[in-house]
Ligand binder design. Structure first.
Ligand code: PMP
Length: 427
């Protein structure tokens, strides 16, 4: 038995399913999750000392690779001054200034400790600001696990076949309207009927929790127009896309400005951080400025701020996003060429440093129906074949992949050579 298998057995005694977050359990692909003990650059090392080229990057934040030395040094330096005070620190202001500078639609920002907290708080704020209860989300998009948002959700909820979680009161879920991603007509129709009752639209500007699905031209622009027309708050959930698809996030990439933005992952440099922010007139409704309550004992934690700020500063250097996009394109184009060579129905997407792999003969992937029509059994065989080759992909057909600037050309070529062998076994 491998150490991972032993550790997984032991973990299941006191941890539900042996994991602290469901997607890690390999339910979508079968088999035993790998336990890791160390990461450096593009690589992670498991408990049996096997090295993997990692395409998860802690689900996004490791844009510059694992254990990125400047981030580790910043955390070390902060460590000696104490772990937190539950009181203001100077670095929180520096961080807020930096985030607002890089994402200009964010005139004010509040730090939290996870993406879930960020989206939950943004929804409450939108409801408090508008005095309306209903919210609109899109099928297959995932915005964390707060009650209002676990309706037709993506990510682990979709992988495990529980997009509507038990435990969410029906009376609350009925306020969440779920529409079709990239289908502006369905949005227009609902707004024509009850637009005045809708507090917000929350959307992943690039859907990354049902594989990776970019918006079709006009979709985000249309949402912007509709929200302005009906006095509805437009929330871009950039927990995944923020500082990953471009320095200013998907809103900079597509040139569409939301009212509120939620961030996560990247702005903690790997430590637990999230944030929400946006128009000052909306944000000033948050306590203590306004009546909408939101709080957090560990919010703005100095270690997390030190890691996040160092990461953001590093991402501001010239050429980061050009390199990241070029690597993602090289990888996805290479994978597509390998699949074609072995006559495997397959297509890919990529935006900035995130990408999607689809086992399907369809060439255009625009939404949930396309993502769920893919051959998940073929994906699982590919996943396990690649794992044996030392390539670590997301363990579900419904997750995006993430690349880092630590991935060298040799890493990408090694990945493509492995894919050549694995596709050959699948054909
Ligand atoms: N929003 C999006 C778009 C996400 O991808 C995620 C997590 N993958 C979340 C929100 C929730 O973030 P967290 O897991 O940090 O609570």
């Amino acid at each position: 038995m491998s150490r991972s298998e032993l550790l997984f057995q032991a973990a299941q005694k006191h941890i539900p399913g042996g994991v602290n977050s469901p997607v890690r359990a390999f339910k979508g692909v079968g088999g035993t999750p790998i336990f890791f003990k160390r990461g450096a650059g593009a690589y992670i090392y498991d408990e049996d000392d096997q090295r993997y080229i990692d395409y998860i990057g802690s689900w996004g934040p490791m844009i510059l690779g694992h254990a990125y030395p400047p981030v580790i040094a910043a955390v070390r330096e902060a460590l000696d001054r104490g772990l937190g005070f539950g009181a203001p620190t100077a670095i929180e202001t520096t961080m807020a200034d930096k985030v607002c500078e890089l994402v200009p639609s964010m005139e004010m920002v509040r730090m939290v400790s996870s993406g879930t907290e960020a989206t939950m708080s943004a929804i409450r704020l939108a409801r408090g600001f508008t005095g309306r209860d209903k919210i609109v989300k899109f099928e297959g998009c995932y915005h964390g696990h707060s009650d209002s948002l676990l309706v037709k959700a993506g990510s682990g909820a979709l992988t495990l076949g529980e997009p509507n979680s038990p435990g969410v009161p029906a009376a609350l879920a009925e306020h969440t309207l779920t529409l079709t991603f990239n289908d502006l007509e369905s949005v227009e129709k609902v707004f024509a009927e009850i637009g005045q009752e809708i507090a917000c639209i929350i959307v992943e500007p690039v859907a990354g929790n049902m594989n990776c699905i970019p918006p079709v031209p006009g979709f985000l622009e249309g949402l912007r127009r509709i929200c302005t027309q009906y006095g509805t708050v437009l929330i871009f959930d950039e927990v995944m896309t923020g500082f990953r698809v471009a320095l200013g996030g998907a809103q900079a990439y597509y040139g569409v400005t939301p009212d509120l933005t939620t961030l996560g992952k990247v702005i903690g440099g790997g430590l637990p951080v999230g944030a929400f922010g946006g128009r000052a007139d909306i944000m000033s409704h948050i306590a203590p400025l306004g009546p909408v309550y939101q709080a957090g004992t560990l919010s703005g934690n100095p270690l997390a701020m030190a890691a996040g700020l160092t990461m953001l500063n590093a991402l501001c250097e010239d050429g980061v996003y050009e390199a990241l996009s070029a690597k993602a394109e090289y990888l996805t184009e290479g994978l597509k060429a390998m699949a074609d060579k072995h006559q495997i129905p397959f297509t890919t997407t990529c935006v900035g440093g995130m990408f999607g792999l689809f086992f399907t003969s369809q060439t255009q992937i625009t939404g949930f129906a396309d993502a769920t029509a893919c051959d998940t059994a073929a994906f699982s065989r590919f996943f396990h074949g690649m794992l044996k080759e030392g390539i670590y992909l997301a363990p579900s057909a419904y997750e995006a992949g993430f690349i880092s600037n630590a991935h060298s050309e040799a890493d990408l070529d090694a990945t493509l050579a492995a894919a050549d062998r694995v596709f050959a076994q699948l054909s």
